[in-house]
Design a protein around this ligand. Sequence first.
Ligand code: GLY
Length: 396
Amino acid sequence: MSACKEIEILKRKELFSSPPKVDAAFWKDALDYSLGKIKSNIAVFGDRCPGPTSVNGVYPLIPNTDWTSSFWPGMFFLAWEHTEDELYRRAGEGRVAGFRERLDKRIETETHDLGFLYTLSCVAPWRLFGNAAARETALMAADLLLLRRHEKAGVIQAWGNLDDPRQRGRIIIDCAMNLPLLYWASEETGKPHYREAAARHINTANAHIIRENWSTCHTYFFDAETGKPLRGNTAQGYSDDSCWARGQAWGIYGNALSYRYLRDPDLLEKARGLARYFLNRLPKDLIAYWDLIFVDGGEERDSSATAIAACGLLELSAALGEGDADKGPFKNAALHIMASLAKSCTTREKPESTGLLLHGVYSKPDGKGVDECTIFGDYFYMEGLTRICRGWNPYW
Ligand code: GLY
């Protein structure tokens, strides 16, 4: 277990002391561009799903089999919140049955990403429209997610079959974003065991995945039989001791979301430490490199990590108390980051693209989706714009 050192001082104090010099029209323009792209993609994508990343800026179309299938319907629900256009509601709710079928047939469901999948596809339409079939499906997904728990270690296994020797007892930082499905299930059913499992997972993960210096390792192995913590390593980062940018971003946002449900101040401190580490390693234009070991050029950026971190910072800033010295700077940092994404990363410069944000990286070590649009980056960019333009009650 790593005992964290004191959190480092937030750099760029002056920049983050005020919001970026952009007006409401700037944000509206960024939002309108995104809404236009979503609308035109409805016909292009039809009833298929965009793949996790584009190829030369254009998403391949795949069936509902990936961990990323829910980001596209998630964008419909955000678009509906802005426009109340029935087109988006129909498109979003029209996918609920397909997500139910995926669960019933157990199509690629041996993953902790049931949280990403069923929060955006099913919890969202339940919250927005009271869609009962979506509620039932999301509760089934929460039950299935709980079956991935290793009781002794108190953690939810990330990938693969629970008996797969390569994956058994392995957690990943991304799982912090899958826990809101469990918190929601407790709220819906009045049964505490979902929430208790999520709380135990986040606290155990934090104790081992967050390093002494407030960077994170991507994945961590436990002995499933004894619960003994074993070792950390990376899957998508540069090295076992570097800090994968999207993992750090998931950690910021995931801890802030767990705080929303658990109200444990330690989660806010975890989010704060991870956030300062992330912000202090951004280059001048505030678009993160794909691994935070890189700070000054020669490597690809990851616009998705950057957009996720911005959403996490907005959630975190809102949770911090009025007198908290990071409250203003974290919000301003998120706004600067979002403005930088809007100015320098959108597909306006590549009109043939079906994505919103260029310059994402899915997995550099695997050569997957390097310097491409990512459907999760697009979703979180749209979520960030939604938070900025109208305020937002999270689906998470
Ligand atoms: N959750 C997988 C990823 O962020 O690539």
